[in-house]
Design a protein around this ligand. Structure first.
Ligand code: GLA
Length: 331
Protein backbone atom coordinates (compact mmCIF):
# COMPACT_ATOMS: atom_id res chain seq x y z
CA UNK A 1 0.00 0.00 0.00
CA UNK A 2 2.90 2.31 0.84
CA UNK A 3 4.29 2.04 -2.67
CA UNK A 4 0.85 2.83 -4.13
CA UNK A 5 0.78 6.07 -2.12
CA UNK A 6 4.28 6.90 -3.43
CA UNK A 7 3.14 6.26 -7.01
CA UNK A 8 0.13 8.48 -6.51
CA UNK A 9 2.27 11.23 -5.01
CA UNK A 10 4.52 11.24 -8.10
CA UNK A 11 1.55 11.22 -10.44
CA UNK A 12 -0.26 14.03 -8.61
CA UNK A 13 2.68 16.36 -7.96
CA UNK A 14 5.26 15.33 -10.55
CA UNK A 15 7.87 15.06 -7.76
CA UNK A 16 9.20 12.40 -5.39
CA UNK A 17 7.76 12.09 -1.85
CA UNK A 18 10.14 12.66 1.06
CA UNK A 19 8.40 10.20 3.37
CA UNK A 20 5.76 7.47 3.25
CA UNK A 21 4.14 5.14 5.75
CA UNK A 22 1.13 2.92 6.22
CA UNK A 23 -1.04 1.94 9.18
CA UNK A 24 -3.67 -0.78 9.60
CA UNK A 25 -7.36 -0.54 10.41
CA UNK A 26 -8.66 -2.19 13.55
CA UNK A 27 -11.42 -4.38 14.85
CA UNK A 28 -12.52 -4.36 18.46
CA UNK A 29 -13.10 -7.89 19.71
CA UNK A 30 -14.74 -6.70 22.92
CA UNK A 31 -14.69 -3.72 25.30
CA UNK A 32 -17.02 -1.17 23.70
CA UNK A 33 -17.75 2.28 25.07
CA UNK A 34 -15.37 1.91 27.98
CA UNK A 35 -12.10 3.37 26.64
CA UNK A 36 -12.91 6.99 27.50
CA UNK A 37 -13.91 5.85 31.02
CA UNK A 38 -10.66 4.04 31.82
CA UNK A 39 -11.93 0.53 31.09
CA UNK A 40 -10.35 -2.50 29.41
CA UNK A 41 -10.55 -2.99 25.64
CA UNK A 42 -9.39 -5.79 23.34
CA UNK A 43 -8.91 -4.55 19.77
CA UNK A 44 -6.65 -6.00 17.06
CA UNK A 45 -4.98 -4.34 14.09
CA UNK A 46 -6.14 -5.96 10.83
CA UNK A 47 -4.70 -6.45 7.38
CA UNK A 48 -6.36 -3.51 5.61
CA UNK A 49 -4.29 -0.35 5.35
CA UNK A 50 -4.18 3.37 4.75
CA UNK A 51 -0.90 4.68 3.30
CA UNK A 52 0.31 8.26 3.04
CA UNK A 53 3.25 9.70 1.09
CA UNK A 54 4.28 13.31 1.61
CA UNK A 55 6.80 16.11 1.37
CA UNK A 56 7.11 19.56 2.94
CA UNK A 57 5.25 22.27 1.02
CA UNK A 58 4.10 25.89 1.30
CA UNK A 59 0.68 24.83 2.56
CA UNK A 60 -1.24 21.67 3.49
CA UNK A 61 -2.56 19.77 0.49
CA UNK A 62 -3.95 16.27 0.07
CA UNK A 63 -4.83 14.02 -2.84
CA UNK A 64 -7.11 11.22 -1.73
CA UNK A 65 -10.30 9.41 -2.72
CA UNK A 66 -11.89 10.56 0.51
CA UNK A 67 -12.59 14.26 0.99
CA UNK A 68 -12.36 14.34 4.77
CA UNK A 69 -8.71 13.28 4.79
CA UNK A 70 -7.06 16.70 4.76
CA UNK A 71 -8.50 17.71 8.15
CA UNK A 72 -7.04 14.58 9.76
CA UNK A 73 -3.62 14.79 8.15
CA UNK A 74 -3.28 18.45 8.96
CA UNK A 75 -4.42 17.90 12.56
CA UNK A 76 -1.67 15.29 13.08
CA UNK A 77 0.85 17.71 11.59
CA UNK A 78 -0.27 20.45 13.94
CA UNK A 79 -0.15 18.18 17.03
CA UNK A 80 3.34 16.99 16.06
CA UNK A 81 4.41 20.57 15.24
CA UNK A 82 5.38 19.56 11.69
CA UNK A 83 5.60 22.15 8.89
CA UNK A 84 2.90 22.02 6.13
CA UNK A 85 3.08 19.03 3.80
CA UNK A 86 1.53 17.96 0.56
CA UNK A 87 0.41 14.35 0.68
CA UNK A 88 -1.16 11.55 -1.33
CA UNK A 89 -3.25 8.77 0.19
CA UNK A 90 -4.10 5.26 -0.96
CA UNK A 91 -6.12 2.70 1.01
CA UNK A 92 -7.63 -0.75 0.76
CA UNK A 93 -9.66 -0.15 3.87
CA UNK A 94 -13.26 0.93 3.31
CA UNK A 95 -13.96 4.45 4.60
CA UNK A 96 -16.85 4.42 7.08
CA UNK A 97 -16.87 0.62 7.10
CA UNK A 98 -16.21 0.29 10.82
CA UNK A 99 -12.48 -0.48 10.60
CA UNK A 100 -11.37 2.96 11.83
CA UNK A 101 -10.06 4.32 8.56
CA UNK A 102 -9.66 7.70 10.22
CA UNK A 103 -7.41 6.28 12.95
CA UNK A 104 -5.35 4.47 10.29
CA UNK A 105 -4.93 7.70 8.31
CA UNK A 106 -3.86 9.58 11.44
CA UNK A 107 -1.41 6.89 12.56
CA UNK A 108 0.07 6.49 9.05
CA UNK A 109 0.66 10.23 8.91
CA UNK A 110 2.30 10.22 12.34
CA UNK A 111 4.50 7.27 11.31
CA UNK A 112 5.54 9.13 8.16
CA UNK A 113 6.26 12.42 9.88
CA UNK A 114 7.95 10.95 12.98
CA UNK A 115 8.91 7.31 12.48
CA UNK A 116 10.95 7.27 15.71
CA UNK A 117 8.01 8.22 17.90
CA UNK A 118 7.11 5.90 20.79
CA UNK A 119 3.94 3.96 19.85
CA UNK A 120 1.96 5.13 22.87
CA UNK A 121 2.94 8.75 22.27
CA UNK A 122 1.90 8.33 18.63
CA UNK A 123 -1.50 6.96 19.70
CA UNK A 124 -2.01 9.86 22.14
CA UNK A 125 -1.03 12.42 19.51
CA UNK A 126 -3.43 10.85 17.00
CA UNK A 127 -6.28 10.74 19.52
CA UNK A 128 -5.77 14.45 20.16
CA UNK A 129 -5.64 15.13 16.41
CA UNK A 130 -8.90 13.21 15.84
CA UNK A 131 -10.61 15.13 18.64
CA UNK A 132 -9.41 18.41 17.15
CA UNK A 133 -10.35 17.49 13.59
CA UNK A 134 -13.87 16.27 14.40
CA UNK A 135 -14.94 17.69 17.75
CA UNK A 136 -15.74 14.10 18.85
CA UNK A 137 -14.08 13.26 22.16
CA UNK A 138 -13.02 9.76 21.11
CA UNK A 139 -11.09 7.41 23.40
CA UNK A 140 -7.63 6.00 22.75
CA UNK A 141 -8.60 2.52 21.46
CA UNK A 142 -8.59 2.94 17.69
CA UNK A 143 -5.34 4.88 17.43
CA UNK A 144 -3.65 2.57 19.95
CA UNK A 145 -4.59 -0.56 17.99
CA UNK A 146 -3.48 0.91 14.67
CA UNK A 147 -0.15 1.98 16.22
CA UNK A 148 0.66 -0.99 18.43
CA UNK A 149 -1.32 -4.02 17.20
CA UNK A 150 0.61 -7.21 16.56
CA UNK A 151 0.09 -9.96 14.00
CA UNK A 152 -1.36 -13.13 15.55
CA UNK A 153 -2.57 -11.18 18.59
CA UNK A 154 -5.20 -8.91 20.05
CA UNK A 155 -4.07 -6.03 22.29
CA UNK A 156 -5.44 -5.84 25.81
CA UNK A 157 -5.32 -2.18 26.80
CA UNK A 158 -5.96 -0.74 30.24
CA UNK A 159 -7.28 2.65 29.15
CA UNK A 160 -6.63 4.16 32.58
CA UNK A 161 -2.91 3.40 32.86
CA UNK A 162 -2.32 2.72 29.13
CA UNK A 163 -0.53 -0.49 30.14
CA UNK A 164 -1.02 -3.11 27.43
CA UNK A 165 -0.26 -6.73 26.67
CA UNK A 166 -0.70 -9.04 23.70
CA UNK A 167 -3.15 -11.96 23.77
CA UNK A 168 -2.64 -14.70 21.16
CA UNK A 169 -5.49 -14.93 18.65
CA UNK A 170 -6.16 -18.38 17.15
CA UNK A 171 -5.15 -18.97 13.49
CA UNK A 172 -8.32 -20.88 12.73
CA UNK A 173 -10.79 -18.20 13.76
CA UNK A 174 -11.84 -15.68 11.13
CA UNK A 175 -12.73 -12.10 11.99
CA UNK A 176 -15.78 -11.09 9.95
CA UNK A 177 -16.85 -7.46 9.67
CA UNK A 178 -20.34 -7.05 8.26
CA UNK A 179 -21.37 -3.70 6.85
CA UNK A 180 -24.85 -2.77 8.08
CA UNK A 181 -25.19 -0.28 5.23
CA UNK A 182 -26.20 2.31 7.81
CA UNK A 183 -23.46 4.96 7.70
CA UNK A 184 -22.45 6.47 10.99
CA UNK A 185 -21.03 9.91 11.30
CA UNK A 186 -19.81 10.34 14.85
CA UNK A 187 -19.72 14.13 14.66
CA UNK A 188 -23.50 14.10 14.07
CA UNK A 189 -24.27 11.26 16.47
CA UNK A 190 -25.03 11.17 20.21
CA UNK A 191 -21.44 9.90 20.82
CA UNK A 192 -20.33 12.91 22.91
CA UNK A 193 -23.62 12.95 24.82
CA UNK A 194 -23.40 9.25 25.64
CA UNK A 195 -19.76 9.61 26.63
CA UNK A 196 -20.52 12.54 28.93
CA UNK A 197 -23.42 10.64 30.53
CA UNK A 198 -21.24 7.61 31.11
CA UNK A 199 -18.33 9.58 32.58
CA UNK A 200 -20.73 11.50 34.84
CA UNK A 201 -22.34 8.24 36.04
CA UNK A 202 -18.89 6.93 36.94
CA UNK A 203 -17.93 10.07 38.85
CA UNK A 204 -14.55 9.77 40.53
CA UNK A 205 -14.74 5.99 40.89
CA UNK A 206 -12.28 3.73 39.07
CA UNK A 207 -14.19 1.61 36.53
CA UNK A 208 -11.92 -1.42 36.63
CA UNK A 209 -12.39 -1.70 40.43
CA UNK A 210 -16.22 -1.73 40.31
CA UNK A 211 -18.52 -4.76 40.65
CA UNK A 212 -21.95 -5.18 38.96
CA UNK A 213 -23.71 -4.36 42.26
CA UNK A 214 -22.05 -0.91 42.22
CA UNK A 215 -24.10 0.07 39.16
CA UNK A 216 -27.35 0.43 41.07
CA UNK A 217 -30.06 1.46 38.63
CA UNK A 218 -27.72 3.35 36.35
CA UNK A 219 -27.76 1.55 32.94
CA UNK A 220 -24.78 3.38 31.41
CA UNK A 221 -22.64 2.40 34.37
CA UNK A 222 -24.02 -1.15 34.35
CA UNK A 223 -22.93 -1.53 30.73
CA UNK A 224 -19.43 -0.28 31.47
CA UNK A 225 -18.98 -2.53 34.51
CA UNK A 226 -20.36 -5.68 32.86
CA UNK A 227 -18.44 -4.95 29.63
CA UNK A 228 -15.18 -4.67 31.57
CA UNK A 229 -15.94 -8.03 33.21
CA UNK A 230 -16.66 -9.50 29.76
CA UNK A 231 -13.30 -8.32 28.47
CA UNK A 232 -11.53 -10.11 31.33
CA UNK A 233 -13.50 -13.31 30.73
CA UNK A 234 -12.98 -13.08 26.96
CA UNK A 235 -9.21 -12.95 27.45
CA UNK A 236 -9.37 -16.00 29.76
CA UNK A 237 -11.48 -17.88 27.20
CA UNK A 238 -9.11 -16.98 24.35
CA UNK A 239 -6.21 -18.35 26.39
CA UNK A 240 -8.17 -21.48 27.37
CA UNK A 241 -9.64 -22.08 23.90
CA UNK A 242 -13.23 -21.92 25.20
CA UNK A 243 -14.84 -20.95 21.92
CA UNK A 244 -18.46 -21.39 22.78
CA UNK A 245 -18.17 -18.90 25.64
CA UNK A 246 -16.29 -16.42 23.39
CA UNK A 247 -19.33 -16.30 21.17
CA UNK A 248 -21.74 -15.91 24.08
CA UNK A 249 -19.70 -13.00 25.41
CA UNK A 250 -20.00 -11.25 22.03
CA UNK A 251 -23.76 -11.73 22.09
CA UNK A 252 -23.98 -10.48 25.68
CA UNK A 253 -21.91 -7.42 24.77
CA UNK A 254 -24.37 -6.64 21.97
CA UNK A 255 -27.36 -6.96 24.31
CA UNK A 256 -25.71 -4.65 26.84
CA UNK A 257 -24.86 -2.04 24.17
CA UNK A 258 -28.43 -2.27 22.89
CA UNK A 259 -30.37 -2.30 26.19
CA UNK A 260 -28.15 -0.53 28.72
CA UNK A 261 -25.97 1.77 26.64
CA UNK A 262 -28.54 2.29 23.86
CA UNK A 263 -26.20 2.68 20.91
CA UNK A 264 -27.66 -0.03 18.67
CA UNK A 265 -30.18 0.37 15.87
CA UNK A 266 -32.85 -1.99 14.52
CA UNK A 267 -30.61 -2.61 11.50
CA UNK A 268 -27.57 -3.52 13.65
CA UNK A 269 -29.73 -5.88 15.73
CA UNK A 270 -30.99 -7.52 12.55
CA UNK A 271 -27.50 -7.94 11.05
CA UNK A 272 -26.12 -9.37 14.31
CA UNK A 273 -29.04 -11.81 14.45
CA UNK A 274 -28.52 -12.91 10.84
CA UNK A 275 -24.78 -13.38 11.47
CA UNK A 276 -25.43 -15.63 14.48
CA UNK A 277 -27.59 -17.89 12.32
CA UNK A 278 -24.94 -18.19 9.56
CA UNK A 279 -22.57 -21.21 9.29
CA UNK A 280 -19.58 -21.35 11.63
CA UNK A 281 -20.54 -18.25 13.66
CA UNK A 282 -19.54 -18.25 17.34
CA UNK A 283 -21.26 -14.96 18.14
CA UNK A 284 -21.78 -11.41 16.85
CA UNK A 285 -22.14 -7.87 18.12
CA UNK A 286 -22.20 -4.31 16.93
CA UNK A 287 -18.66 -2.96 16.76
CA UNK A 288 -17.31 0.52 17.42
CA UNK A 289 -19.43 3.47 18.44
CA UNK A 290 -22.75 2.08 17.16
CA UNK A 291 -25.57 4.24 15.74
CA UNK A 292 -24.95 2.31 12.47
CA UNK A 293 -21.62 1.09 11.12
CA UNK A 294 -20.68 -2.55 11.31
CA UNK A 295 -21.14 -5.84 13.11
CA UNK A 296 -18.26 -8.07 14.19
CA UNK A 297 -18.60 -11.85 14.12
CA UNK A 298 -16.10 -14.56 14.99
CA UNK A 299 -16.35 -17.47 12.61
CA UNK A 300 -14.61 -20.85 12.30
CA UNK A 301 -12.13 -20.21 9.45
CA UNK A 302 -13.10 -23.39 7.61
CA UNK A 303 -16.63 -22.00 7.30
CA UNK A 304 -15.81 -18.40 6.51
CA UNK A 305 -16.83 -18.70 2.85
CA UNK A 306 -20.15 -20.32 3.69
CA UNK A 307 -20.69 -17.69 6.39
CA UNK A 308 -20.18 -14.82 3.94
CA UNK A 309 -22.38 -16.46 1.32
CA UNK A 310 -25.24 -16.86 3.80
CA UNK A 311 -25.48 -13.13 4.54
CA UNK A 312 -27.07 -10.57 2.27
CA UNK A 313 -24.91 -7.71 3.66
CA UNK A 314 -21.26 -7.27 2.53
CA UNK A 315 -18.77 -9.24 4.66
CA UNK A 316 -15.06 -8.52 5.01
CA UNK A 317 -12.94 -11.36 6.37
CA UNK A 318 -9.80 -9.97 7.98
CA UNK A 319 -6.74 -11.18 9.82
CA UNK A 320 -4.66 -9.70 12.60
CA UNK A 321 -1.72 -7.51 11.54
CA UNK A 322 1.16 -5.46 12.94
CA UNK A 323 0.54 -1.85 13.91
CA UNK A 324 2.54 0.98 12.35
CA UNK A 325 4.66 1.37 15.51
CA UNK A 326 4.75 -2.32 16.51
CA UNK A 327 8.04 -3.45 17.93
CA UNK A 328 9.09 -7.01 18.28
CA UNK A 329 10.12 -8.27 21.68
CA UNK A 330 7.50 -6.41 23.74
CA UNK A 331 5.08 -8.64 25.63
C1 GLA B 1 -15.24 4.90 18.56
C2 GLA B 1 -14.16 5.68 19.29
C3 GLA B 1 -13.43 4.79 20.31
C4 GLA B 1 -14.41 4.06 21.22
C5 GLA B 1 -15.51 3.38 20.39
C6 GLA B 1 -16.55 2.75 21.25
O1 GLA B 1 -14.68 3.91 17.75
O2 GLA B 1 -13.23 6.20 18.38
O3 GLA B 1 -12.52 5.56 21.07
O4 GLA B 1 -14.96 4.92 22.18
O5 GLA B 1 -16.13 4.30 19.49
O6 GLA B 1 -16.00 1.69 21.98
Amino acid sequence: MKSRAEVRFRAEYDAAPVWSAQAPGRVNLIGEHVDYAGGLVLPAAVDRYVAVAGAPAAEWELRSDSEAGLRYVQAVGVVLAAPPQRCAVEADLPVGGGLSSSAALLVATAAGLEPGLDGKDAALACQKAEQQATGVRVGIMDQFASALGRVGHAVLINCLSLAYSYVPFPDDLAIAVIDSGQRHDLANSPYNARRDGAVAALGDRVLINLKPADAGDEPLLRHMITETARVREFVDCLRAGQRKRLGQLLNESHASLRDDFQVSTARLDEVAQAARAAPGCLGARLMGAGFGGSVLALVESAQATAFSAALSAPVLICHTADGAFAQTGVT
